[in-house]
Design a binder for this molecule. Structure first.
Ligand SMILES: NC(=O)c1ccc[n+]([C@@H]2O[C@H](COP(=O)([O-])OP(=O)(O)OC[C@H]3O[C@@H](n4cnc5c(N)ncnc54)[C@H](OP(=O)(O)O)[C@@H]3O)[C@@H](O)[C@H]2O)c1
Length: 222
């Protein structure tokens, strides 16, 4: 299984502003992301990203569209709104909501009614190791992680990620409460940090850089 994080951040490492504005990518970069989406089996996001952005997570801005990837939402208690774009299209595009035992049966039934599949994994937060082994058994070979910072941390920390693609926009937005590329608990020491190798640099029209890293640590899924 190949797991890729893709995110757009400002030069000061923010993936959204303090009021959760996250429109960082240029049109050129969005086209690159949609092409990347068209090459994967599934896209996974955290519930806070759905609540902030109401994304569709479909393939739109590319010619060779093909089939939309399966959409997976990591959502312990089933907070995903029934009127979100994802659930509104769940009868047409395969959608999985991964919840925990904290999600009530009535919420699970409502989510299922939208057409989405519900997987119960974990007690407090979604057990990502278990979820990814279920996804592997389902035959999903390429998974694209589209944030946010909390989900990025959990997956990186568990050693589930193989590569990280970061678009760096030439701007600074600051804000101590603005979401960064990787949130979570973090490491105490730089030496504990997750080591990566820079594989490619792409410079786009408007001085955006796309940095393509491969993780040097072993991937537990293999
Ligand atoms: N620029 C970009 O490329 C980009 C991409 C994506 C998102 N964003 C921005 O990022 C922001 C959201 O990021 P975020 O860091 O706040 O949240 P997030 O990663 O989208 O979602 C985190 C939430 O997922 C749920 N969760 C359940 N199990 C989890 C687990 N094992 N590990 C991690 N999360 C788990 C938790 O909520 P529950 O306890 O309720 O389940 C947790 O609070 C938004 O403003 C969005 O616009 C930007």
């Amino acid at each position: 299984m190949k797991v890729t994080i893709n995110a757009a951040m400002t030069a000061d490492g923010k993936i959204a502003t303090k009021i959760r504005d996250s429109k960082i990518s240029s049109d050129q970069d969005l086209k690159r992301v949609h092409k990347l989406r068209s090459s994967v089996d599934a896209i996974i996001v955290g519930i806070s990203t759905v609540l902030a952005d109401d994304p569709r997570l479909t393939v739109r801005l590319t010619k060779n569209k093909g089939k939309d990837p399966v959409r997976i939402i990591v959502d312990s208690t089933g907070r995903i709104p029934l009127n979100s774009r994802i659930l509104q299209t769940a009868s047409k595009i395969k959608t999985i909501v991964a919840v925990t035992k904290r999600a009530s049966n009535s919420i699970i039934q409502k989510i299922k009614k939208s057409g989405a599949m519900v997987i119960i994994v974990g007690t407090y937060s979604v057990d990502l190791k278990k979820l990814f082994s279920i996804l592997e058994k389902k035959g999903y070979k390429k998974i694209l992680v589209e944030g946010g910072g909390e989900l990025n941390w959990s997956l990186l920390h568990l050693g589930i990620v193989n590569e990280v693609i970061i678009t760096v926009a030439p701007m600074i937005v600051g804000g101590r409460n603005a979401t960064t590329l990787v949130e979570g608990g973090g490491y105490d020491k730089i030496s504990e940090g997750i080591k990566m190798e820079l594989r490619n640099i792409l410079r786009q029209n408007n001085n955006e850089l796309v940095l393509h890293y491969k993780l040097l640590q072993k991937n537990i899924i293999h």
